[in-house]
Design a protein around this ligand. Structure first.
Ligand code: SF4
Ligand code: SF4
Length: 442
């Protein structure tokens, strides 16, 4: 590789690093807009959860065939990135297949493993494209999958196919060159690309070198461009799945997080507890529940960035199944879209959270929130331990406690609980009246 290529590679690497840094800082700042919540307890359980769910893909295997195909993409991504390491070192130092002389006759082993996964990735991506665009699997045709999410999913699959084809082309031309130019390091037979060698054998050396170099540049530029692209895409879950499962809620599903201030009031009202002597008056609560993204806690916001838009949650949601407007996937997508909007506005020196819009109202409708049965099926189904119910409950809490805008029948029940300590409109003193009739019967 000549000096110009080396300098060009270093410049490209610098530009990509800059954009990656900018985008990661943007996402980190956006997540930090959320309220605080402690998720650093029980580290051993958290590591185990991350190992099983993110690294081991445990929840994916509830559906075997897609899980298997996804596993090829996931392992392929990890394994092929090892090959990218050689690309980067070659690019920086102007070498060609720097590892080949070190591991000599064993070099063909990792190369064949990389190529096996490259082919597996191509096959998996083609099947996923067919499922999305030809078979039209129901969860990929929901109303929240508008133009961009659908295009994003298709683009990423096509890019992965093209990048893998570039690797095979590069290896095929390289193997032909090894038979003609002494200075090319010997790789040994690399099975899948060797099948393509007949296509290139009729070409002269300079054309082969040009194709090999173009494929090399195409692959490395593609990988670097892909690295920036995924930070704007649902594929950010490739990285965020790990911290997201680590910081997941470890409480039993179905356990609601009551507000301590409210619990205390209710206990005093019911006579279960009394205020302590000289007790400080409770601090002012900023807002009950969540109206906008900054009312949610940071883990909710990390969830939004980690969502793969797979729709497994919506697929299991009883409200969605029975034709209600609610889709937990849309709740996550709306939260991320609102967060991105606020972040962009803040970066541009705009109004940010004070732009007159809010998550509830401008993105999520009350009708969606009211349809939730709090069954937790979405949380159970999510392959990266996202908790859409947590967002729904916080927004619902805002609607009930700040706006009193819950359905009229709910509001009536809330007042009964407040005044009669029960959902029914009977005075507590009348609660045992039914027993009087028993006495009369005697
Ligand atoms: S908890 Fe709500 S959103 Fe989640 S599956 Fe059940 S009904 Fe749907
Ligand atoms: S919340 Fe989980 S299950 Fe639902 S679409 Fe996102 S990643 Fe898939």
């Amino acid at each position: 590789m000549d000096y110009i290529s080396q300098i060009a590679f270093i410049i490209v690497l610098g530009i990509v690093s800059y954009f990656m840094y900018k985008r990661i800082s943007f996402i980190k700042r956006n997540i930090a807009l959320g309220r605080d919540i402690d998720r650093n307890d029980r580290p051993a359980e958290r590591w185990k959860m991350m190992g099983l769910v993110a690294f081991g893909q445990k929840k994916m295997f509830k559906r075997f065939i897609p899980a298997f195909l996804h596993l090829f993409l996931y392992v392929g991504f990890l394994v092929i990135n090892l090959e990218v390491l050689e690309f980067v070192i070659d690019g920086l130092f102007g070498t060609h297949r720097i590892f080949a002389p070190f591991i000599q006759e064993y070099y063909f082993i990792p190369m064949n493993i990389f190529e096996f996964f490259a082919v597996a990735v191509i096959v998996s991506c083609i099947i996923f494209l067919i499922r999305r665009n030809v078979i039209n699997v129901k969860r990929f045709t929901a109303r929240e999958l508008t133009q961009w999410p659908t295009l994003d999913a298709n683009l990423i699959l096509i890019i992965e196919i093209v990048l893998m084809v570039a690797i095979l082309t590069m290896n095929a031309t390289d193997q032909v060159l090894q038979t003609r130019v002494d200075t090319y390091p010997q790789t040994g037979r690399i099975f899948f690309s060797a099948l393509l060698m007949p296509i290139f054998e009729g070409l002269n050396v300079s054309t082969l070198i040009a194709i090999e170099r173009i494929a090399w540049w195409f692959h490395i530029l593609g990988i670097l461009g892909f690295a920036i692209y995924i930070t704007y895409s649902k594929h950010l879950h490739i990285f965020l799945a790990f911290p997201n499962t680590y910081y997941a809620n470890l409480e039993r599903k179905g356990r609601m997080n009551n507000m301590p201030e409210v619990t205390k009031e209710v206990n005093m009202m019911l006579g279960v507890s009394q205020p302590e002597a000289n007790e400080e008056p409770p601090a002012e609560i900023g807002r009950f529940g969540a109206k906008d993204v900054n009312d949610l806690h940071w883990k909710n916001l990390m969830d939004a960035y980690s969502c793969t838009e797979c729709g497994r949650c919506t697929d299991q949601c009883p409200a969605n199944m029975t034709g209600k407007l609610l889709s937990p996937r849309k709740i996550m997508m709306d939260t991320r879209d609102r967060l991105e909007e606020v972040g962009r506005s803040l970066d541009a020196g705009g109004e940010g959270l004070n732009d007159g819009k809010t998550l509830l109202g401008d993105y999520i409708l009350k009708e969606e929130i009211n349809a939730c049965t709090t069954c937790n099926a979405c949380v159970e189904a999510c392959p990266v331990n996202i908790d859409p119910l947590s967002i729904i409950l916080q927004v619902r809490r805002y609607m009930a406690m700040e706006e009193s805008s819950s359905p009229a029948s709910w509001n009536a029940m809330f007042s009964n609980i407040e005044t009669s300590f029960a959902p029914w409109k009977f005075s507590p003193s009348d609660r045992f009246n039914w027993a009087d009739s028993l006495k009369e019967e005697k």
